[in-house]
Design a protein around this ligand. Structure first.
Ligand code: NAD
Length: 340
């Protein structure tokens, strides 16, 4: 049934059904690292959920998995509470949706047209891996965690120590306590090699490099992680006991100075009007990259404006992910399931 044809009671039942499915798929994807359905199917479910919710805002179940970020930390790992939550990102799929993101931010900030035109952005490839938080105290790496449910993550410090890209100490001076966020990923080449060896050993292959990276980092035995050549890009800040910069672009420069790998395709954009051209440029380079990306992330550069914009629900108001169109078509069977 199309969302517009549901009455209030049907909308409530349907939202509960969709939330349960989303919860089940979240658990398979985030906890087991073994998705039950394609991302396109999952994204279509979420879209249906959001469309119904927009029509019937009061029909949302109290405990809805659709409101959650990620999944609760697996109890097999030690739990760690992030000093600043690790959220998700809102998605856009075309220029019109991107412009709505800008309009919302400009309106929230109350900017004049002239000031809106002067907004600077940083655009970065959206790495298809799993996000991690790295805590440094007095310049020394002390703890690394997964995102978990955004508030609490899994302690994977020993596993992260096996990554050659991870600085164990920061070069130069650093705030006393700082959380650095980034993405751990597996190159396309290593993903294919890992799956070939999984199959040779009679084990289930990973669905994609993202799940392979997550399955490789979330190991109880760090020696297994050590055999998987995981890479890292740093791209964001969590807690910091002293502000390391006043703009996101300068923060990326600081990350490089401290010794972190920062994605070389990241670009400072002097105006939102250059976003589409950059998206197309990255889309053209995508196939030639040694790692998977699934879009471009745009972030308002000024950290004071980021602070003022803050967060809404599961995502910041100052950033958005412009996603590439899904590569895999929804299978007929799954399409039927989500149209019920
Ligand atoms: P997301 O992947 O859509 O976006 C947020 C994440 O982007 C951040 O947490 C961060 O890890 C990452 N990121 C990569 N590069 C970044 C950069 N340069 N700057 C900032 N962040 C960057 O987030 P999500 O909420 O984890 O998951 C939604 C995605 O996961 C959807 O694409 C969905 O299809 C997929 N998913 C699939 C299933 C399934 O069953 N197939 C289940 C759950 C989620």
């Amino acid at each position: 049934t199309a969302p517009q044809e549901l009455d209030a009671a049907q909308a409530k039942t349907e939202l509960t059904r969709l939330a349960d499915l989303i919860g089940r798929y979240n658990s398979a994807y985030y906890t087991q690292d073994a998705p039950e359905v394609d991302d396109a199917v999952y994204d279509a479910l979420r879209k249906r959920y959001d469309t119904i919710l927009a029509l019937y805002p009061d029909a949302e179940p109290a405990e809805s998995a659709a409101k959650a970020v990620g999944a609760a930390p697996d109890t097999a790992f030690g739990k760690h509470r992030h000093l600043v939550p690790m959220l998700s990102l809102d998605n856009v799929f075309d220029q019109e949706e991107f412009e709505s993101f800008i309009t919302r931010a400009v309106r929230f900030l109350g900017l004049s047209d002239e000031d809106a035109r002067k907004l600077v952005f940083v655009a970065e490839p959206k790495i298809d891996g799993l996000s991690i938080s790295l805590t440094y105290e007095n310049g020394r790496f002390v703890r690394g965690t997964t995102r978990g449910d955004s508030l609490e993550g899994e302690d994977v410090t020993a596993n992260l120590l096996t990554l050659k890209d991870l600085p164990k100490t920061l070069r130069g001076s650093a705030p006393e306590i700082i959380e650095i966020r980034g993405e751990v990923f597996l190159s396309k080449e290593h993903f294919l090699a890992l799956n070939a060896s999984q199959e040779a050993l009679g084990r289930k292959p990973f669905a994609n490099p993202r799940n392979a990276a997550a399955g490789s980092l979330r190991q109880l035995d760090a020696r297994v992680t050590a055999r998987r050549p995981l890479s890292l890009f740093a791209y964001a800040m969590g807690f910091s006991s002293a502000p390391p910069s006043s703009s996101h672009w300068d923060y990326l420069e600081q990350l490089k100075a401290w010794g972190f790998p920062v994605n070389p395709l990241s670009r400072k954009l002097e105006a939102a009007s250059s976003a589409e051209a950059f998206f197309e440029e990255v889309a053209r380079e995508r196939a030639g990259l040694s790692y998977d990306i699934d879009g471009v992330v745009y972030k308002i550069d000024n950290l004071v404006l980021q602070e003022r914009l803050g967060f809404a629900g599961r995502a910041p108001r100052w950033a958005v992910a412009w996603k590439f169109p899904a590569e895999q078509a929804i299978t007929t069977l799954k399409a039927i399931e989500i149209q019920v």
